[in-house]
Design a protein around this ligand. Sequence first.
Ligand code: SF4
Ligand code: SF4
Length: 179
Amino acid sequence: MITTQNKGTAMERINVRKSDPDLIEEVDSEEFLSGFSGCLACGTCSAGCPVRRATTSYDPLRVIRMLILGLREELLKGDMIWLCSDCYTCQENCPMGIKLTDIINHLKNLAVKEENVPIGVSTQEKLLKDQGKIYVIDEFDNKKRSKAGLPLLPTMAEQAKLLLEKRKQQPKGTERDSR
Ligand code: SF4
Ligand code: SF4
């Protein structure tokens, strides 16, 4: 029996009959992500993952095994991939050179294309578009900074807003991160 904690609740049974070989092919055909089927299931990624330490709802090894099994729906419709904090620890530690963080980011992009974005993430996106930053600096924060002898901070991040606007205007297909 294969189980997952995809929604952070009790262990759920995975139906491998739902396997979608297209997902495996789709990710594996991206040159910079390929080779994940060579995963040894050694657990090094899980051992170093800070999110894994904080919650049993998340495990990068589980993500890679689910991908190898082609569990598209569980990966792209669930919340699990969105718990990854993008710290790259797993990718740097993997003895097989598997680009785990890049793979998880790619899965997030696929989920966005399918309009499966958790509400918290879409709210953050809106805040970024509207004010150029996720956390608002208000007058109260600046008063505290002033008392502590720190310089005041602008409440809006106009430059970030402009950059986001510029990126939106780029022709489709040229906006991809070149990391
Ligand atoms: S560290 Fe790499 S090889 Fe080991 S389980 Fe994670 S992805 Fe697989
Ligand atoms: S990049 Fe994501 S999965 Fe990898 S160690 Fe960091 S939080 Fe965990």
